[in-house]
Design a protein around this ligand. Structure first.
Ligand code: AMP
Length: 495
């Protein structure tokens, strides 16, 4: 996962891009970067590994002068982790293009070969974002225009859509010309536009999530449509065009479950409200499965499950209690490469309030179960704290398949539910009762916020992928994502 933002304004944008990246930090903590363009058409950039606050120091900020720019926070999905993967990425020709990408291309290996053999372009990493940048640059270069207009740029986006499969929400800075945004034809990853009145012109922001608009004085204009491209030239003129042949809105449902901020609206669905509805539907399921349940208390696993857990407790008419206190200064446990380290760090991340558990039948609520590491450890902690029975509810259905569209999920074989029944998962994590949200209920929870959305991207639950896939793609990805293979890759790099 990644977060992207682009701003076009009358005055310097670096400070606002910085603030925006801070608000998108949850979408990626591996690396951060920004590039801005000044009135002499010169670029200034800074990118590095680490949190936003560590990457940008005062000495960097004072050099980032320019009234349009783009920024990126990275969470490693495709390729690997390392400085060379930090974005925005840059190619010199044509015009000097910088690109920030959220998502994952599913045909980047094949495109990489085309770029090398037929288009004489060099790729320095195995990052799919570098492939995407070069495909777009190649298509824009083919227009052979010294001063490209929005029409030429949109034509290059159309060609890019034809060649790229997978998920991509993109911001590109075309040096001396302006900012371009586009979204894949399913709109899998989110992208929203905001507008603000400047002294002489409208100013724009385009970002992964709209939660950051208000605080910077922007009003939401709308979401970028699937397949659509937006170009804001350096004077602030706004252009848009549908560049895909068969666009269809199918946003990733996991954004609502886990990834996005609760204060964002993604494709007009409030993430907060969707999570409340997930809680309500879970409560109904519990009542249906066991009308005489003996749950004494509902306890969320902080943070992303708290909204669903609170609503669940209200609907069940059972007290809601905080049973865990999170240490906010520890990074996400998920990104640690080794299983043993991961296990230990759940303990370091969450501290238990024993009194809320002693002698009670507790229902723990999490947004999802991935490897099962967190749930297993937490159930053990609850039992050690004196809980009588420990039940577990997941606001998402069982995750059985790997994610191809930009969410860092492990290999299918490492997902606890991939080859287990619900009862077997319950046994494995030590739960006395495990309740998974049904997919229909999850979809209904989201859809209620925008009934016009007919379909969501739900492949991690169903294994049905909505974009074309190469013959061996799934098997190759499966191997490259296994913990052991990742560890070997890191070791080889270190040597
Ligand atoms: P696990 O311990 O592997 O079952 O992970 C489950 C926990 O990880 C849940 O508490 C989720 O909030 C969180 N989670 C779900 N998906 C991801 C992801 N892609 N990256 C990081 N954390 C995640």
């Amino acid at each position: 996962m990644c977060g992207i933002v682009g701003i076009s304004a009358e005055t310097n944008v670096a400070a606002e891009i910085y603030d925006s990246l801070l608000m998108l930090q949850h979408r990626g903590q591996d690396a951060a970067g920004m590039v801005v363009c000044d009135s002499d058409d010169k670029l200034q950039s800074r990118k590095s590994m680490g949190y936003v606050r560590d990457v940008f120091q005062q000495r960097h900020m004072s050099k980032l002068i320019g009234n349009y720019g783009i920024g990126h926070v990275r969470y490693p999905t495709a390729g690997g982790a390392g400085k060379e993967f930090a974005q925005p990425m840059y190619v010199n020709s044509p015009y000097g293009i910088s690109l920030a990408h959220n998502g994952n291309l599913t045909n980047s290996t094949e495109l990489g070969k085309q770029l090398f053999h037929a288009e004489m372009r060099h790729l320095n990493t195995d990052s799919d974002s570098e492939v995407l940048l070069n495909i777009f640059a190649h298509e824009l270069g083919k227009q052979r225009e010294i001063y490209p207009s929005a029409k030429h740029i949109f034509r290059a986006v159309t060609k890019t859509h034809r060649r790229c499969d997978g998920a991509y929400a993109v911001l590109a800075l075309i040096t001396g010309h302006g900012i371009l945004a586009f979204r894949d034809n399913n709109g899998i990853r989110p992208l929203s536009i905001g507008i603000r009145q400047g002294k002489t012109r409208d100013e724009y922001i385009i970002a992964s999530e709209d939660a950051l608009f208000e605080s910077q004085g922007f009003k939401k204009l709308r979401d970028v449509e699937p397949g659509e491209a937006i170009f804001i030239d350096k004077k602030g003129n706004f252009f848009s065009e549908q560049c895909a042949e068969m666009p269809q809105k199918r946003p990733c449902i996991f954004e609502y479950v886990y990834f996005s901020r609760p204060d964002s609206k993604i494709d007009e669905i409030s993430v907060y409200k969707a999570r409340m509805r997930m809680g309500s539907r879970l409560a109904n399921l519990i009542k249906k499965q066991n009308p005489n349940h003996d749950i004494d208390v509902v306890i969320p696993i902080p943070d992303s499950s708290t909204t669903a857990a609170l609503q669940l407790a209200v609907d069940l008419n059972v007290p809601y209690r905080e049973g865990f206190v999170k240490n906010r200064y520890i990074g996400r446990t998920f990104i640690m490469p080794y299983q043993e380290e991961r296990r230990k760090s759940v303990r370091r991340k969450l501290n238990i309030l024993d009194l809320e558990f002693e002698g009670k039948n507790v229902l723990l609520v999490d947004d999802s179960i991935v490897r099962g590491t967190t749930s297993k450890k937490i159930i053990q902690m609850a039992k050690e704290a004196g809980a009588n029975k420990v039940y577990f509810a997941s606001a998402a259905p069982a995750i059985k398949y790997q994610n191809l569209y930009g969410i860092d999920m492990p290999a299918t074989s490492e997902l606890i539910a991939s080859n287990r029944t619900d009862e077997q998962v319950a046994k494995e994590i030590g739960a006395d009762w495990l309740i998974y949200q049904t997919l229909d209920d999850l979809i209904a929870s989201c859809k209620e916020g925008n009934p016009e959305i007919k379909e969501f991207e739900t492949s991690i639950f169903t294994g049905e992928y909505i974009t074309p896939l190469g013959e061996n793609y799934l098997q190759e990805l499966e191997i490259s994502r296994q913990d052991e293979v990742k560890a070997q890759r890191e070791k080889a790099k270190a040597n």
